[in-house]
Design a binder for this molecule. Structure first.
Ligand code: SF4
Length: 162
């Protein structure tokens, strides 16, 4: 078992890290006003990609929902599903597309059960991912609120907007 998988199997620790990150991000919004979102993104993109790719195999979708999916990246699902598994999960928990891979939603569920914070967020209905944010910094999008902008016609639940 690799280091990142072992780490992800301790989602409480990762959720605490996320909470701390969120706290910093929410208090650093002034940096957007001073530096501008584009410049900040140039500085933050590399460290975000470096850390999240190693730990979560992050695909830099720009709209991070890790804390709502048991600290398991939904974009590592071959079908990029963000609201639970497809109907093809194998009896042994394997992925329909890549049988030797465990379904990421099986992992997401198991890990969410271990979490004391955010575990219930697994039930939040996620809006369609905005592909225009792909390749951008989710940290900066969190600060600007761009990660909360939904496509026209999509209504988020009040909890998802919180
Ligand atoms: S949800 Fe998006 S930003 Fe978060 S780890 Fe997965 S690809 Fe990266």
């Amino acid at each position: 078992m690799g280091f990142s998988r072992r780490l992800q199997d301790h989602p409480r620790l990762l959720a605490a890290g996320y909470k701390a990150n969120l706290w910093v991000a929410m208090r650093s919004k002034f940096a957007i006003r001073i530096l501008g979102a584009k410049r900040l993104a140039r500085w933050l993109y590399a460290p975000e990609e470096f850390t999240k790719r190693r730990i979560f195999d992050c695909k830099m979708c720009g709209q991070c929902i890790l804390h709502s999916t048991g600290m398991t990246c939904p974009m590592t699902c071959p079908k990029n599903l963000r609201n639970g598994p497809c109907g093809g999960v194998r009896a042994n928990g394997g992925c329909e597309v890549i049988p030797e891979m465990r379904c990421i939603w099986v992992d997401a569920y198991d890990r969410s059960q271990k979490m004391t914070t955010y575990g219930d967020d697994l039930h939040i209905l996620q809006p369609p991912v905005d592909r225009q944010l792909e390749g951008s910094s989710a940290w900066v999008n969190l600060m600007t609120g761009d990660d909360k902008v939904s496509t026209a016609g999509w209504q988020q639940s009040p909890k998802a907007e919180a």
